[in-house]
Design a protein. Sequence first.
Length: 523
Amino acid sequence: MTNILLITADQWRGDSFGAAGHPVVRTPNIDRLAGEGVRFENHFAQAAPCSPARACLYTGLYQMTNRVCRNGTPLDARHDTLALALRRAGYDPTQFGYTDVAQDPRGGAGGGSGRDPRLATYEGVLPGMSVRVLLPAHARPWLSWLRARGVDVSGGLDVHLPDTGPADPPAGRPPRYSADETETAFLTGEFLRWLSEQEDPWFAHLSFIRPHPPFVVPEPFASMYSPDDGPDFVRAADLDAEAAQHPFLAHALKTVDKCHFVHGASGPVTDWDEATCRQIRATYWGMISEVDSQIGRLLDGLDAAGATEDTLVVLTSDHGEMLGDRHLFGKLGWFDQAYRVPLIIRDPKAAKKGIAVSAFTESIDLCPTLLEHAGAPLPTQIDGRSLMPFLRGETPVDWRKHAHWEFDFREVETAETEQAFGLPLDALNLAVIRGERYKYVHFGGLSPLLFDLAEDPGELVNLADDPGYRDVRLEMAEALLQWRARHLDRRLTGMALTTDGPVEAARARRITAAPEAGFEPIN
């Protein structure tokens, strides 16, 4: 057994760090990690927002199987988790931060009734995890730590407000705490203190909230980047042209609110002009550099503890961020910006180091990867595939040719989207299949989308109804259907009861006979 450190930094776009080739963002510590490990440059989350994204990561199951649709959707207790599997393998998986898992209300105190506090939040603990530091949205452990350091936290989360001036429009002013007092710094310090206590091989999940909103960061990071720097936004010429592409996009442009991104702001994000969007983007980049500084502290801490050569380090995110592209902020829809995320794995014993893998990888692959590394058996129903071959410099011949993700936009409490689209709850969803050339988006109750990424990398032109792309649309739709058919819940479908008792198929079994003429498997 070796140590495993899983780091997730929330809401981090896959293009926004130095080793990924970003023209502005500076991340020397993450670049160091990439240089000593393997960087997966086409890594995609399977769902958004936080709870659905993390359910996929923690179970190795696509959303269509784990069925965590929104923040607050309970994770069915029948599903195995990364933490439970590692616990069976001899680890005590330990959480720093949060896992955003709504508990199954059918068990526990009162059988799903009564006043059990676990049933009043979507920010519950992943089954199987021990908790060293729980840091949900109210951030009280961090606030009490700040208070002990002499910071005025009498206004609670108002500590995120700028030290001077109004919150909106955001001007890049720092908050009321220093760079040594961020949530990232707090969790890093708690982990390093815990690390000094460890004797047996350990698994730690360090879940940073940043660069998740509110978009604010202390100096020197607040002024590290100029709003004038960076590429143009990927967007249509104006809001009307943007909204015309699809009813879902038109709805999002009207309803995504500033309050989710800037503490103290209100109104639709489309009220922000380009200069303001550029300032927010510069602040977001500063938040990434702040996280990078603490990752450097982590890596130095592992070195000082003599643990580097015995620790697998994984750095990733749950989902991305639109960051002004398509006139939007947040994580939603079918956009690459919201689903492509960083993934770096440093295995001190790996054969390959400092390389980039271009194959499509998915967040569901992390569960089987970590279990294989730990020597733990893989659950039979898991959808993901281990990335360990890539760390050995191998590319499996039958590796997937597409990335897949889903987005469910139901609103159970308010029925807002049911009313807006005139659709029942279970029709408010979309599924994406993305290849190197084409991306196809299928909705449960709305019209589809098709993009030619070679000709239109910004995905501004929907070709779904273009007669010239009819065959492409059909091929992508069939591939999407085949993907869904292959990954439906199969907890018991690989088992048969026989006269000799239960027989279970080997999960790794592959078809060796030649396929039927004209048939090509889709991964």
